[in-house]
Structures are given as structure tokens and as C-alpha cells.
Design a protein around this ligand. Structure first.
Ligand SMILES: Nc1ncnc2c1ncn2[C@@H]1O[C@H](COP(=O)(O)OP(=O)(O)O)[C@@H](O)[C@H]1O
Ligand SMILES: [Mg+2]
Length: 302
């Protein structure tokens, strides 16, 4: 009698666990992070690719979307020639699995391509189908990193505002800093509510990296009332250029380089401050995910 009751309790417990797991799975959302900058050529693609690899090596499932419409170049950085891109999916000519490329160290890549505006112009039924398809990415990935263009053109701003978080990259040059401030200002004007992170790239030494980041953070707080998290800096390192030349991510070919250690620091800081590594007192900040990201894009382009 007692045995049977215990068995029933055990069964009920397992059923509850299973239902809870399924519910959690349904509510799962990838964290969508747009990587952007004010000025071009400051290292967005370099950061996107190498950060993706580091997160992946820590067991996170990462998808990289090349969303720099004018200057898509993740494929060049990896020496791959993509057959299809997001545009083929939007046109309904290919499905999700056809356009996703298996990149290094388990990172998935969706090549860029134009066509985002076309997405908004599709009949409502097609948009619904497309969003459902893209929403499948939420079940599988922990992160979707967007390599976006530079500046505050509508194209870039649309991506920035639709994402959960933004990483703004700048170099220490005054022109790059002024333009980075311009992006922050435009986010402030658009009442952006996501997380804002900062990375200083091509610092000449550690103190410059720290100083420039902290200064921009303080200026954003003082003049824009924006809370910016300074994730860290990347040293100007020949390993980075060598990686570009060899069409391989530098964290892979030079894992002990200073730049690779900088990336590891940035990744750790990102995981901590977004609540993905729970420290005492921190809270998990729930992302809206991939499906909502594309839904917001469609809505803002309409
Ligand atoms: N930390 C660094 N050290 C040395 N060179 C760098 C570094 N970051 C970027 N570069 C150089 O700058 C170029 C532009 O970087 P990239 O990531 O393509 O910029 P963006 O995507 O912002 O246009 C790269 O080709 C590389 O040669
Ligand atoms: Mg780029």
C-alpha cells in the first residue's frame, strides 16, 4: 500500500517536471545582441566573430547574423562562399536550414544580404509564416549576435532598436568617439530600453583601453542619462590582422594573444552583466528573442 503511494507520488513528480521543462522550452528566447558603431572600420565584425567563438567555447549556442547590408564581410573573414542568405529565406525560395552555415567551433552563421525591407512588404500571411520559421531559432540558440553597419542610418537604427542589447564599438580616435556618442544620443532619443554595452577596440595599451571606455561611459551618463556597461577593450594586436589575412578567427589561431585574452574578458563580463552567469545579487534579465526581434523590424519598417 505504502509502496504504491510512493510510486504514484514519484510518477506525479516526474510528470510535473516534464511539463515544467516543456513550458520552459516554449518560453525560451535567444538573447539578440546588435554589434554596432558610429564610425566604420572600428572592429565590429572582428568583435562579432571572435566573441561568438569565445561564447561557443563556453558551451553557449551562438548564431551570427551578418546584417551589415552594405559591407557584409563575415564570409570573407572566414574564407567561405555562402550560396544562400537571408534574402532567399524572405523570398520563400529557401528554408532556414538551407541558409545557416556551420562556422568554426560550432558557431552558426547566417550570411547577410538585402531584403529586410521586402520582408515588411510581404503579405501578412507570409510574414506570419516567416516569423514562425525564424522563431525556431529561439529554441536552439542562446545568443544571436548581429554584425550591423555603422552610423545612424535608418537601416542600422532599425536593427539596434529591435535587438535586446547593443554593443557599441569604438576605437580611441576622437572621430570614432564622437560618432559613438552620436549613436548613443540617437538611442537615447528613440527611448531605447535595452542593455547598452561598450567595447573599445585597437587600444594602444591597457590604460588607454580603460580610460577611453570609462570616459565615454561617464559622458553618456552625465549628458544622456544612459547607463552604459563598459565591457572592456581590445589591444591593437598584430594577431588580429594576421587572423584577417589568414581568414581565420584570431581567438582560434592565436588563443594566447593579448587580443584573445581581451575577448575572453569581454565575454565573461557580458555573461555576468546580462545575468547569464548568476552572481549573488544579480538577476537574470530575460531577452525578447529572435522572433520578437524580426517582428519589431517588420513593424518599424511598415
Ligand atoms: N584589435 C585590433 N588590432 C589590430 N587590427 C585590428 C583590430 N581590430 C580591427 N583591426 C583591423 O581593422 C580592420 C577593420 O575591422 P572590422 O572588424 O572589419 O571593422 P568593421 O566591421 O567595424 O568595419 C580589420 O581588417 C583589421 O585589420
Ligand atoms: Mg564589418
Amino acid at each position: 500500500m505504502k509502496d504504491q503511494a510512493a510510486r504514484l507520488r514519484e510518477m506525479a513528480y516526474q510528470v510535473r517536471q516534464q511539463i515544467e521543462n516543456e513550458l520552459r522550452q516554449q518560453n525560451r528566447h535567444a538573447r539578440v545582441i546588435a554589434i554596432s558603431s558610429g564610425k566604420g572600420g572600428v572592429g565590429k565584425s572582428t568583435l562579432a566573430l571572435n566573441l561568438a567563438l569565445n561564447l561557443s567555447s563556453q558551451g553557449k549556442k551562438v548564431l551570427l547574423l551578418d546584417a551589415d547590408m552594405g559591407m557584409a564581410n563575415l564570409d570573407i573573414m572566414l574564407g567561405i562562399v555562402p550560396k544562400y542568405n537571408l534574402f532567399h529565406l524572405i523570398q520563400g525560395k529557401k528554408n532556414l536550414d538551407d541558409i545557416i552555415i556551420a562556422g568554426p567551433q560550432g558557431v552558426s552563421i547566417i550570411p547577410g544580404g538585402s531584403g529586410i525591407q521586402e520582408m515588411a512588404d510581404l503579405p501578412a500571411e507570409d510574414i506570419k509564416r516567416l516569423l514562425a520559421e525564424l522563431g525556431r531559432l529561439d529554441y536552439y540558440y542562446d545568443y544571436m549576435l548581429l554584425d550591423t553597419g555603422a552610423g545612424i542610418s535608418q537601416n542600422v537604427t532599425t536593427f539596434l532598436l529591435a535587438a535586446d542589447d547593443a554593443i557599441i564599438v569604438t576605437s580611441p580616435e576622437p572621430t570614432a568617439l564622437t560618432d559613438a556618442y552620436g549613436v548613443l544620443k540617437s538611442m537615447h532619443r528613440s527611448s531605447y530600453t535595452g542593455g547598452i554595452y561598450l567595447v573599445v577596440n585597437r587600444a594602444n595599451d591597457d590604460s588607454e583601453g580603460i580610460f577611453v571606455g570609462e570616459k565615454l561611459k561617464m559622458v553618456a551618463q552625465k549628458y544622456l542619462d544612459l547607463e552604459v556597461v563598459n565591457l572592456g577593450y581590445i589591444i591593437n594586436d598584430s594577431a588580429v590582422m594576421e587572423g584577417i589575412r589568414r581568414q581565420q578567427p584570431f581567438v582560434e589561431i592565436y588563443p594566447h594573444s593579448r587580443a584573445a585574452r581581451n575577448i575572453a574578458h569581454i565575454a565573461r563580463h557580458l555573461l555576468e552583466s546580462s545575468g547569464d552567469i548568476l552572481l549573488t545579487g544579480t538577476q537574470e534579465i530575460r531577452p525578447n528573442g529572435v522572433r520578437n526581434f524580426f517582428r519589431r523590424i517588420v513593424n518599424s519598417l511598415k
